[in-house]
Design a protein around this ligand. Structure first.
Ligand SMILES: [Cu+2]
Length: 235
């Protein structure tokens, strides 16, 4: 009997623990481009033969990263107005310079998280951040310098990083106080998990097309779907 009672107690504790961790949900969805996609010209990588040599096909600007059915990549999607303290992950957020492009083109990093810039190209790049709130960095990375590390100590939504050697190179970074963000791939999909239950605005951001916002109620351990359509704003 005693054993049975202990088992019952254990089951009750487990259930309590489970419910404590389950008060969070997932927000997922797809971003699509609506309208006629503008025709873009390939990047002029010939300006640096070292860059041109790294590709056998024309490289298109990352500003328009469309997949089948006009699904849209490089969209930063995040939950607005999350309160609470969220520790920065111990692993670094990594921005690579590869094929004379920034990979990824759009990314998030948390306040205090290590932001690691790699140079996989074996070429000279100059990584130059253009924040308005955080401290800027501007650093030549010759072929021999393969890594540089920074941290951002303030929240800042989307600033540009550029390369002073290659004018077509650009990346966009959001410095966040919480981990509830994602960037779409060309399949347009995002998934943000572990969102504390509550009512939120979800915002989708594109470097040229601006933002789209939607509201969502996240319940206990459920998944909410929020889709976005991006279009060229009418003049
Ligand atoms: Cu460069």
């Amino acid at each position: 009997m005693r054993f049975g009672r202990n088992l019952f107690a254990l089951a009750t504790v487990s259930a309590l623990l489970l419910s404590a961790t389950a008060v969070a949900g997932t927000v997922t969805g797809t971003v699509k481009f609506e309208g006629n996609a503008p025709k873009l010209r390939p990047l002029k990588m010939d300006a640096d033969p070292g860059c041109a040599k790294k590709h056998s096909t024309p490289q298109m600007p990352e500003v328009l990263a469309l997949g089948d059915g006009n699904t849209m990549g490089n969209i930063f999607v995040y939950v607005k107005g999350v309160s609470g303290n969220f520790p920065a992950p111990s692993e670094a957020a990594v921005l690579d310079q590869k094929g004379c492009k920034y990979v990824p083109h759009v990314m998030g990093v948390m306040v205090g998280q290590t932001f690691k810039v790699l140079n996989s190209d074996g070429l000279l790049h100059n990584v130059h951040s253009l924040p308005k709130v955080n401290q800027s960095f501007n650093r030549a990375m010759p072929a021999t310098v393969t890594e540089a590390e920074y941290t951002f100590d303030k929240e800042e939504f989307m600033f540009k990083i550029k390369c002073d050697v290659h004018p077509w190179m650009g990346a966009y970074v959001g410095v966040m106080t919480h981990p509830f963000f994602d960037v779409t791939g060309t399949d347009g999909k995002f998934e943000i998990s572990g969102v504390p239950a509550g009512n939120y605005e979800i915002e989708a951001w594109h470097e040229k097309l601006g933002t789209k916002t939607s509201t969502v109620t996240v319940g206990d351990s459920d998944t909410q779907t929020v889709d976005f359509a991006m279009s060229v704003p009418k003049k």
